[in-house]
Write a protein that binds this ligand. Structure first.
Ligand SMILES: [Zn+2]
Length: 175
């Protein structure tokens, strides 16, 4: 298991020279932007599994390119927008990225590249990338296929309202 602090400052070159592949699990609570989108009224969200493979792709008479293949799998509780109860959303992402040397190069090449581009930094934050990709893959309007309980009306029944005179009457009785 790779600890999270290392994943937030990965040495890409060292990793690409070595095993080239990392995998592990991360608790959703370690991804604060994702965590704030979750419905925490039900069971605690489970750890999500991820795998990252880094490799140089060599091309004849051209500079080699560093690529990252990322996959992640998660089951995250979101709030159903119909019944407001938690709905567990399966996410299964698989993405490939190519590293470029700077933000300028990324912007210049972005339109013509089919793949997604990342800027090659000395210390690369892999958890932030995983979090970004999970956030992008969340449904805009989470819904149960079929809601587990009848819809709850949001209008309180008259009996639920506080009745000031009834409260006063009760106070008088205790005298
Ligand atoms: Zn629902």
């Amino acid at each position: 298991m790779v600890d999270s602090s290392r994943l937030r400052a990965l040495d890409l070159d060292a990793l690409a020279r070595g095993v080239g592949e990392l995998s592990g699990q991360v608790e959703p609570a370690e991804l604060p932007r994702l965590w704030s989108d979750l419905d925490l009224s039900g069971p605690t969200p489970q750890a999500l599994a991820w795998r990252a493979r880094l490799q140089w792709r060599h091309r004849p008479e051209q500079p080699s390119q560093l690529w990252l293949d990322l996959s992640a799998r998660a089951q995250l509780p979101l709030t159903c927008q119909r019944c407001l109860a938690p709905v567990v959303q399966d996410l299964d992402i698989e993405r490939s990225f190519r590293f470029v040397e700077s933000e300028d190069v990324a912007q210049a090449q972005d339109d013509e590249s089919e793949e997604d581009l990342l800027v090659h930094e000395d210390r690369f934050d892999l958890l932030e990338l995983i979090e970004d990709e999970l956030l992008l893959s969340l449904p805009l309007v989470p819904l149960h296929e079929r809601c587990p309980q009848p819809l709850v009306t949001q209008i309180p029944k008259p009996d639920d309202r506080v009745h000031p005179f009834a409260a006063l009457a009760r106070l008088k009785k205790t005298d």
